[in-house]
Design a protein around this ligand. Structure first.
Ligand SMILES: C[C@H](O)[C@H](O)[C@H]1CNC2=NC(N)=NC(=O)C2=N1
Length: 109
């Protein structure tokens, strides 16, 4: 469960500094819809779906739910924090947890 302090909106400077420490995460959208996003690649649809299901479990565990966009071999993951209408530390913490899920779910290369 995320604490209230990690769901404080980050400033633009804090977001840029946090993004710089990630691999492949970028900004998406603007204003209240501002989010961080990353696209993961897979060998096939079953591996893509295994990743999505692992994310579903993680999202429930963290009480923090991403927007997901699927194709046969890709999954785009987008986090923002509804409660603060922006990006918070929770988004970056969940981004790191999703990165950690990637290898076991079967990356494509
Ligand atoms: C009541 C519940 O804790 C909140 O609605 C949670 C659920 N999942 C969430 N997910 C995301 N991405 N942002 C939130 O602010 C959020 N809030």
């Amino acid at each position: 469960m995320q604490s209230a302090t990690v769901r404080t909106a980050l400033s633009a400077t804090q977001i840029i500094a946090s993004l710089a420490k990630t691999e492949g995460w970028k900004l998406h959208g603007d204003g209240a819809d501002l989010a961080i996003e990353k696209t993961y690649k897979f060998e096939n649809f079953l591996k893509t779906m295994a990743f999505v299901n692992a994310i579903a479990y993680l999202a429930e565990q963290q009480d923090h739910h991403p927007e997901l966009l699927l194709t046969y071999s890709t999954c785009s993951v987008r986090f923002n924090t509804h409660d603060v209408q922006g990006v918070s530390r929770s988004d970056f913490e969940c981004a790191a947890l999703v990165d950690a899920l990637y290898a076991p779910a079967g990356r494509s290369a």
